[in-house]
Unconditional design. Sequence first.
Length: 216
Amino acid sequence: MLGCFKTKRIEMVTLLFMLAVFPVVYSCDPETQYENHGECCNKCGPGTRMSSDHSGCFDPHCMPCQEDEYQEAFTEKIICKVQPYCDQNKNFEGSTNRSKTSLSQCICKAGHHCSSKECLTCVPRTKCGPGQEILSTGDHIRDTVCQACPANTFSSDSSAESKCKQWTVCDKGSKAEANGTSTSDIVCVSVPTFSGNIKVNMESPTRKERNPVWSV
């Protein structure tokens, strides 16, 4: 009986201890605070980092991120994150921004797009070949999409921008010498015409011509 009472007493003391300690721990704001030896200490704000000595629980000593570094959220870390290096040898031309509070995005140079979802390198955008036209124009993320030329149109070269052209309609006085295809236009040539009238001699023959005189 006495042992049972002691066990319950220990459980009660343990429960009271947990109720006294854990509310302090769990009351910390996970976004702006961190727990340190039972206290809720403030983190450094976006664009900054904690000093190496972690001095000041409620008023921390925060240092701004350096050039080409960033920190997008509150943190207790002593280093900032490094912005990506936009390597021109991988066909990058630069980044969207060099903010200290957000990750910068490298941009592919003109006429190129990301080779993958991670965009580790850039590759040239597709050029639509002869007999094709652009269905959707590419950008620095997506490639160009091509489709076959519609009926009665053609494209004779490779391009990343052009549309197929309508076949030529031969004018009056000309005719098609070669039919159009998806890669070539109709070739028109002039139809030759004749000018003036052809005269025909319809006069009756003379008497002399009708009755020739034969000499001996």
